[in-house]
Design a binder for this molecule. Sequence first.
Ligand code: UP6
Length: 261
Amino acid sequence: RVNIPFEKRIELSTNSIAKQLFNIMATKKTNLCLSVDLTSSTKIIDLLEKVGEHICLVKTHIDIIEDFSDNFIMQLKQLGTKFNFLILEDRKFADIGNTVSLQYSKGIYKISEWADCVTAHSLSGEGILKALNTCTNTGSKGVFFLAEMSSEGNLITHEYTEATVRMAAKYPDLITGFVCQKKETFSNPGLIQLTPGVQLDSLKDDFGQVYNTPEKVVLENGADVVVVGRGIVASKNPEAQAAIYKDTLWKCYMKRVSGKL
Ligand code: UP6
């Protein structure tokens, strides 16, 4: 999987969002996902105006925003169209299917109406995928399934990871890929490895987050799309920093697929 270029993996995908994301990465030459973990919607929009050209995907935590509005969603979608990036709502759904279907499509945020893809845990069982699949009747939605986490002391075992990957295989139209840390986690080249826990200037935070370097996650650990949050959003110059992460991550990917490992 890891040595096949994104262009070739487009045809191997069975999920429309995975196809779109591979295509965007290959066209824009970026595998950077920006995690916009900011609590002000205007700050998010201002930041995306500056860094939109450098990213393939923006990852939101919609429930941390203090001034949420439908207008914010409209602006976010417009920026996605302008800069050609997709939107991942990192909701990490984990409840029974029925509750998840309500959380996905109802309430204030109505995630299903604007997010191209969402994250979900496998903990509660297959019903979660059934529910998300039922709500996604447009056929252009995706799920990144949590198979591993970056934080120290997390309770995910090898068996849990394997069972998660097996569960996902039953939903080829729905699954975009896995949130995971290792290249051995799955082998299907049509799926995308989304890996968080990357920073150039730090090894950890105060709450158990563990950071690796771009080289380690892309070359050794098989990350396709790399999530960077505070490495960019909390830096003095996010615009310059986003360009640095984009270039560094893309060089690592190019090295990987050119077989110069
Ligand atoms: N995230 C992780 N680790 C995981 C799954 N998700 O860090 O295993 C998410 C966090 C955060 C982002 O919820 O939004 O990725 C990482 O942000 P950071 O780069 O600022 O640490």
